[in-house]
Design a protein around this ligand. Structure first.
Ligand SMILES: Cc1ncc(COP(=O)(O)O)c(C=O)c1O
Length: 408
């Protein structure tokens, strides 16, 4: 008789999903080349430089400046745009802490806006109400690889004279109306941390189409230097955000795998969209028809416990994991992070700005709250297998539904 894996039964998933990260002798060879070249450092190197050019072109942008990680990429953009003390930047409430952390690091206030209940990207209908005379920029996050509503974001930023910054940490290769993300805003930032769609363990990049900005971004990422000038001449504020040659070499190879992997993920995600939508209480992240390529950093679906005998989301996830389907945690709403509720964030701001900042313990962002509590995030390697693998995911969900009562 069928039994839930959590209760000692046989898991729905019979063989493991593909491992992540993926590599072969191409990465090995690239690393050995760097080793033997004795050029392990970005400045005289060629690998990171080549990667910057190839990745920028891949995202249909003119310039790429690789850096230590995706958080650093956002910090660099803040510093380059001169966003700092007294300024405000609009960010979605449902994202990784770095999106807001980079704003705080600059001494500016992140102003949270709730997210769309179907895509979980920033709710463009709520942005204008959050704009004040201090607002300088909007950071849009392309959640799980689904682009935010670029059309509306561009319009709002144009009308209110704000910078649009794209946090593309999840969205390598994602497209809006046939064009790649990172190319719409003044700058786009990416992460190559271990869980991302391409990785060197850590890493990041800023892409832009603006030549003047690219020069300044490069300077900020390299201690305020200017290319071609004396090594100890420092022209502006900058820090050391350089990526090593090891990482550049690995990322070049990872980039060469991306299109093939993306095609597999897209096919399996389309299968899951069809299959999971048939299950009562399961609602896959909506695919806006203007999205021509969803990066599928994760596969997100909304879970309604009422269709699962009231089984809590935590218990559902536990049961799913036991069935052999790996997930990663959904984000907590940013405004509920300790740094915001305990007032610690105020220490980064001008005193007069800190004094008028909201009391986040009393704030309410209902959609972000619901997404935090009731969305399930399947890790992207679950989409890298065959259609049978994807079918086993849907079967695991159906199996838990059939037996939900037994877990109460
Ligand atoms: C939306 C988002 N922005 C920024 C980052 C920061 O990237 P990193 O971990 O490379 O610093 C992440 C990383 O997880 C992210 O998910």
């Amino acid at each position: 008789m069928e039994k839930l894996a959590l209760l000692g039964g046989k898991p729905a998933k019979t063989n493991p999903f593909p491992a992540w990260p993926q590599y072969d002798q191409k990465e090995e060879q690239a690393l050995m080349e760097v080793l033997h070249s004795r050029i392990w450092w970005r400045t005289p190197g060629t690998k990171t430089l080549q990667f910057e050019q190839e990745f920028a072109a891949y995202q249909q942008t003119r310039y790429g400046i690789a850096c230590t990680n995706g958080t650093a990429a956002l910090e660099i953009v803040m510093a380059t745009l001169g966003i700092g003390l007294g300024d405000e930047v609009i960010v979605p409430d449902f994202t990784f802490v770095a999106t807001a952390g980079a704003v705080l690091f600059a001494g500016a206030m992140p102003v949270f806006v709730d997210v769309d209940p179907e895509t979980y990207c920033i709710d463009v209908n709520q942005i204008e109400a959050a704009i004040t005379p201090r607002t300088r920029a909007v950071i849009a996050v392309h959640v799980a690889g689904h682009p935010a509503d670029i059309d509306r974001l561009q319009e709002i930023c144009r009308i209110h004279n704000l910078f649009l910054i794209e946090d593309c940490a999840h969205a390598h290769g994602s497209e809006w109306k046939g064009r790649r993300v990172g190319s719409f805003g003044v700058a786009g930032t990416f992460s190559f941390q271990a869980s991302k769609l391409m990785t060197a363990g850590e890493g990041g990049i800023v892409v832009t189409n603006n030549e003047d900005l690219a020069v300044r971004i490069r300077s900020v990422h390299d201690c305020g230097r200017m290319p071609g000038r004396w090594f100890y001449a420092h022209y502006m504020y900058g820090s050391n955000y350089r990526l090593s040659e090891w990482q550049g070499a690995v990322l070049l190879q990872q980039l060469s795998r991306l299109d093939e992997q993306a095609a597999i993920r897209t096919r399996n995600a389309a299968f899951l969209n069809r299959e999971l939508a048939k299950i009562e209480g399961i609602r896959p992240q909506k695919l806006d028809e203007r999205v021509t390529r969803h990066g599928q950093y994760c596969y997100i679906f909304h879970y309604d416990r009422r269709a699962f005998a009231g089984l809590s989301t935590e218990k559902f996830i536990e049961a799913l994991n036991a069935e052999g389907i790996p997930t990663q945690a959904s984000y907590p709403p940013l405004h509920q992070l300790d740094v915001f509720t305990n007032g610690e964030f105020r220490r980064r701001l001008l005193p007069e700005h800190a004094a008028c900042a909201p009391d986040f313990a009393k704030a309410s962002y209902p959609v972000s709250q619901d997404a935090a509590e009731n969305t399930i995030w399947l890790v992207h390697r679950t989409l890298l297998g065959t259609e049978e693998d994807a079918a086993e995911i849907a079967e695991a969900v159906r199996k838990i539904q059939r037996h939900a009562k037994e877990l109460l």
